[in-house]
Design a protein around this ligand. Sequence first.
Ligand code: ZN
Length: 225
Amino acid sequence: MKIENDLQDFDSFGENHVGTSSNTPLRNDAFELSNEEKIDIIKDDIRHIMETLGLDLTDDSLNGTPNRVAKMFVKELFGGLDPKKKPSSSTFENKYKYGEMLVEKNITVYSTCEHHLLPIVGKAHIAYISNGTVVGLSKMNRIVDYYAKRPQVQERLTIQVVKELQQVLNTEDVACIIDAKHLCVNSRGIRDIESSTVTSEFGGKFKEEATRREFLDYIKLDTKF
Ligand SMILES: [Zn+2]
């Protein structure tokens, strides 16, 4: 009885998309297996799921699916679990003495909801105020992509991006807003195709109303290119 209650709790916990920590919950032995070994194991697991569903894996169309999905999980969708994939933290000296806010907006987010393993698709907007160090613009896209390529909770993704940039730029003055659709909400369950989820993390000066307002105003800029 107790176990049944616990299982129900876990089920509704995930259904409500509640996250537990700003760190991705990883086991200590997460990297003891090589990627090739992981693909080999997951391939069999996917085959087992498909066979359990009653699919005929000898069909030419389905035959390669277990291997294809296993490779996609390990190397693409969840490739950001691998610390070796973390973007290098090379920075530059702020030679122009540009001391205003820099905003990189509309960074594409492709992630995976860790409660349903369904896609999260959206945009991230990042801002920082340099205290002497700057990063290449594409670095922000790469950092978003690295943390997005994990089973994720949108709140955690937002915080992880800010923490990483705070460390790389050696300043607290970093902010991130993510606006994303969760296919587990849009395509199943409540099936609300229109709704999206907005999360934000404001560090340092971005906790101040005027700085935060400036960032939000830049995001609203609708320049035609
Ligand atoms: Zn979900």
